[in-house]
Design a protein around this ligand. Structure first.
Ligand code: AMP
Ligand code: ZN
Ligand code: FE
Ligand code: FE
Length: 278
């Protein structure tokens, strides 16, 4: 089996990039993708460890796109750090995130919730800090009882600490991914919060926009949901991909490879995806 969706300390996971292939190997995965939010910075470290362990490291990242009312995340695969349209876009997103963190910290301080940029950088282990890190600081300070409560009261979209971040259209991300030699995949499709019919027509639109796959086998989905999504993928000529969305201690119910214990993504998925590369 394989896992095509994991996060490290380079974004909002709790394990360093090198740890991801170790966990993949321990779970019996032959390949693992590192898909940090907006960043490719962990790939070199992860690849070095993966090679030593005989695990294939699939380069990736996850980009938030404009979408309402739910959220739309696009996973990009096979794009390496360096020059290219997607890489340039990721650099812009990083600049925007830094500014957004500044604004959110300011909002939190107005609300009487002391979180400093220094604490945020320490929590995130450098760049790439985001809302989960703010949540975790608020938990540690006893302001809230859990990360979820921090989101529900202060950090979720529409709550008083929230500041929106720059978002692209899925079509733009798909085009940039292809321009950089990669492919784009719709992540956790049920986050779109659509009924069966609407989901189907939206997937058709996204396929037309240049997406190559749909994450049917998602760590937190039930067997029925996974089967339904795989069916939608096939009907629209998309690769049914899958992964755990491992975040370490930030999402403690998820394990690399097996998700909540019942996930198993076939090895052929990565070959099918590679065949869609431009
Ligand atoms: P950011 O990129 O800083 O906006 O943070 C996005 C991350 O925050 C996501 O990957 C989720 O892990 C987490 N997140 C977003 N919304 C919520 C929510 N309503 N409840 C819990 N976690 C959330
Ligand atoms: Zn995340
Ligand atoms: Fe996501
Ligand atoms: Fe993710």
């Amino acid at each position: 089996m394989i896992d095509l969706h994991t996060h490290s300390t380079v974004s909002d996971g709790s394990d360093p990039p090198a740890r991801i292939p170790e966990l993949a190997a321990a779970a019996g995965c032959s390949a693992v993708a590192l898909t940090d939010h907006d960043r490719l910075d962990g790939l070199a470290e992860a690849r070095a460890r993966a090679e030593a362990l005989g695990v294939e490291l699939v380069p990736g990242c996850e980009v938030s796109c404009e979408w309402a009312p739910g959220t739309l995340h696009v996973l990009v695969y096979f794009v390496e750090p360096g020059e290219g349209p997607l890489q340039d876009e990721l650099a812009r997103l990083q600049t925007d995130r830094t500014e957004r963190n500044r604004q959110m910290v300011e909002r939190l301080s107005v609300l009487g919730l002391p979180v400093t940029l220094e604490e945020l950088a320490a929590e995130a282990g450098g760049d790439g800090a985001g809302r989960p890190h703010m949540a975790s600081i608020l938990v540690r300070k006893g302001v809230v009882g859990s990360v979820q409560e921090a989101f529900d009261r202060y950090l979720a979209r529409g709550r008083p600490g929230y500041v929106s971040k720059a978002r692209l259209s899925p079509r733009t991300v798909a085009e940039q991914a292809r321009g950089s030699g990669g492919v784009a995949v719709l992540a956790h499709p049920l986050s779109l919060q659509l009924g069966e019919r609407e989901l189907d027509s939206t997937v058709a639109e996204l396929a037309d926009a240049g997406l190559s796959g749909l994450e049917a086998l998602y760590g937190r989905y039930s067997p029925d949901e996974r089967a339904g999504l795989a069916d939608i993928a096939h009907r629209h000529g998309l690769v049914a991909t899958g992964g755990s969305d491992y975040h370490g201690t930030y999402k403690p119910d998820l394990t690399v490879g097996t998700g909540q214990g019942d996930l198993s993504v076939p090895e052929t998925t990565v070959t099918s995806l590679a065949e869609r590369r431009p």
